[in-house]
Design a protein around this ligand. Sequence first.
Ligand SMILES: Nc1ncnc2c1ncn2[C@@H]1O[C@H](COP(=O)(O)OP(=O)(O)O)[C@@H](O)[C@H]1O
Ligand SMILES: [Mg+2]
Length: 251
Amino acid sequence: MPHTPVLKLDHVSKSFARVDTNDITHAVSDISLELEKGEFVCLVGTSGCGKSTLLRLIAGLIQPTMGQIMANGKPVEGPSPQRGMVFQQPTLFPWLTVEQNIAFSFRMAGTLKQNRAKVDRMLETIGLEPFRRDYPGQLSGGMAQRVALARTLICEPEILLLDEPLGALDAFTRMNMQDEIRSIWHSSGQLVIMVTHDVDEAVYMSTRVVIMEAHPGRIKAQIPIDLGEERHRSSPAFVEYRNRILGLLNY
Ligand SMILES: Nc1ncnc2c1ncn2[C@@H]1O[C@H](COP(=O)(O)OP(=O)(O)O)[C@@H](O)[C@H]1O
Ligand SMILES: [Mg+2]
């Protein structure tokens, strides 16, 4: 039997038309990619090169203008809990506690009772057990982003889509979260696709970096990151990857 990748993009393009000026933006153009279970892929590129559009297409929130996206061999036709997405700004329900936000999908599905233990474990994993009864308005940015991540992770998506999830965090919280996300990815074996414009973050976290360019948004290069588990931001190999990627981004 031929091999079926977890995610396959086949010549995917997405254009947006503006009714008032008749202008067409080619947000992404002719993207082909095959991604496997267990990969951690970072998308990097300048602002406006189509990174968020690409994630929204994979999530099934928008449909391609041309081409096709297949998840496990089936066309993506709409959103699914199998493809969980976390946005740059944590979108929590302000009137629900940390615990209730994380348990939200179970409550909607009427399966909260049998999933109580899972919610408790997730609170432990992300270090928010002491804050389970707090409301989002009481949390720091880093804590709120943890809750948003937990709420998506608890559905155990096969594909985790992260759109600059750490962009609003201070440098130290950010580095801690990088380690946490990597360790969750490690134990779950899921496919993670993360947008970042921080090249160091991409080299630190991923198994493959996909570099995009703008107008139209397309793939310029793909760099497999062969650094193993222990990564040091100042090691010669790390610095070499960083410089190579910055070069491809014209810096
Ligand atoms: N819903 C939309 N309607 C019109 N244009 C859009 C829409 N979404 C994105 N675009 C345009 O598509 C291009 C890529 O946007 P985006 O995917 O958000 O880029 P990135 O996330 O890389 O910064 C930009 O020129 C943007 O203005
Ligand atoms: Mg974006």
